[in-house]
Ligand binder design. Structure first.
Ligand SMILES: C[S@@+](CC[C@H](N)C(=O)[O-])C[C@H]1O[C@@H](n2cnc3c(N)ncnc32)[C@H](O)[C@@H]1O
Length: 340
């Protein structure tokens, strides 16, 4: 496994990730190594079904559980000593599976003890630890990852934080939304915007397709955007009363905006290729500048469908098209894109 890419995925989606890697690398190579963990000998791919990725540089095997933190810290020091002035963030995580989550406590302990061990190895190195991968990224620093495989085993890596697949430990981006959000779908949109790295600003015009009962619209209105919701279903009363809100009770396939909008959002429960064709039309006609869409994937061969959806969006004129099964996504992936 050494120096292979190690990807973690939602439990149950390992084969989808392997299929995606096969499509990307035109062949074999990727394999399951544990629930939620897939290894690949080929170069990194921004896979939709990967929550986090790391180059498995060093596999640490300690003699006993008490020795794991020192062994992990020494391994990280070796990996980072050629970049002595860089700030770094530490993520210690377990694969998100029934088996992996049994070692969550080991990961919690390591997350606390590795920084103190770092001080005993090299005080200056320990002083450069920052609180989050985002801070490390913005400072041009490193992300150190420790994937715990058991009480005495872990895989460690260090890479430029700007190249990280996810800025959340193990890709688990837990979002909170306020109690007034009419649905838990609001968390999916918060996570999508965090991943996209862009979000509507005050006064932006948004169309929200498949908006009822209004979790996504709630997030957008809270940011000061204007929202046109399209859904045959009813919106939550507090949303329906909002001054920046309008609702068309009809099908998304039948509407045309009066003028181009800044953002197109879509969370419709509908066939993915038909949704993709409709979203492609929005780009082709110049109706929206940015896209965030949640694509439902109830079928077995998910990787192939994701590829077809992305190809359809690109053919329509969407650029920088990406897909990710986010932490809050279930049988679905989130897609984001820019029109320019
Ligand atoms: C998962 S729910 C959306 C949840 C919503 N985003 C939220 O945050 O509360 C899916 C929605 O898609 C809507 N839908 C299904 N087909 C549609 C269509 N052709 N046009 C518009 N909305 C549609 C359904 O009525 C349903 O409200």
């Amino acid at each position: 496994m050494r120096s292979e890419l190690l990807y973690t995925t939602r439990e149950g989606y390992e084969q989808d990730l392997i299929d995606e890697l096969k499509l990307a690398h035109r062949g074999e190579g990727a394999r399951l190594i544990a629930p939620s963990l897939v290894a690949s000998p080929k170069e990194y791919v921004d896979c939709a079904f990967a929550r986090q990725a790391m180059v498995a540089k060093t596999i640490v095997k300690a003699d006993n559980a008490l020795a794991l933190d020192r062994a992990v810290t020494s391994a990280l020091y070796e990996l980072m000593r050629e970049q002595p002035t860089k700030k770094w963030a530490l993520h210690v995580w377990v694969p998100d599976s029934e088996e992996g989550n049994k070692f969550a406590r080991v990961a919690d302990v390591l997350a606390k003890t590795v920084p103190s061990q770092a001080g005993s190895i090299d005080a200056k190195w320990a002083d450069r630890i920052v609180d989050s991968a985002r801070i490390a990224r913005d400072a041009g620093g490193l992300l150190a990852q420790v994937c715990v495989l058991g009480p005495t085993r872990a895989v460690v890596s260090a890479q430029s934080a700007v190249d990280a697949h996810s800025l959340h430990p193990g890709g688990r981006a837990r979002m909170r939304v306020d109690n007034e959000a009419p649905s838990r779908a609001a968390m999916k949109l918060e996570e999508a915007l965090d991943w996209f790295g862009a979000a509507p600003s005050r006064g932006d015009h948004c169309v929200d397709l498949g908006a009822a009962p209004g979790g996504w619209t709630h997030v957008l209105l809270a940011r000061g955007a204007h929202v046109l919701a399209v859904d045959p279903g009813a919106m939550a009363p507090a949303i329906a009363r909002h001054k920046n809100f309008e609702h068309i009770r009809g099908s998304a396939f039948e509407i045309e905006p009066e003028k181009p909008v800044d953002w197109l959002f879509c969370d419709m429960v509908w066939r993915p290729l038909e949704v993709a064709a409709m979203l492609a039309k929005w780009a082709r006609r110049g109706w929206a500048s940015m896209l965030v869409a949640n694509i439902k994937l109830p079928m077995k061969q998910k990787a192939d469908f994701v590829k077809r959806v992305l190809d359809t969006l690109r053919d329509g004129g969407w650029h920088r098209v990406r897909a990710r099964q986010l932490y809050h996504d279930r049988e679905e992936v989130t897609v984001c894109a820019h029109r320019k």
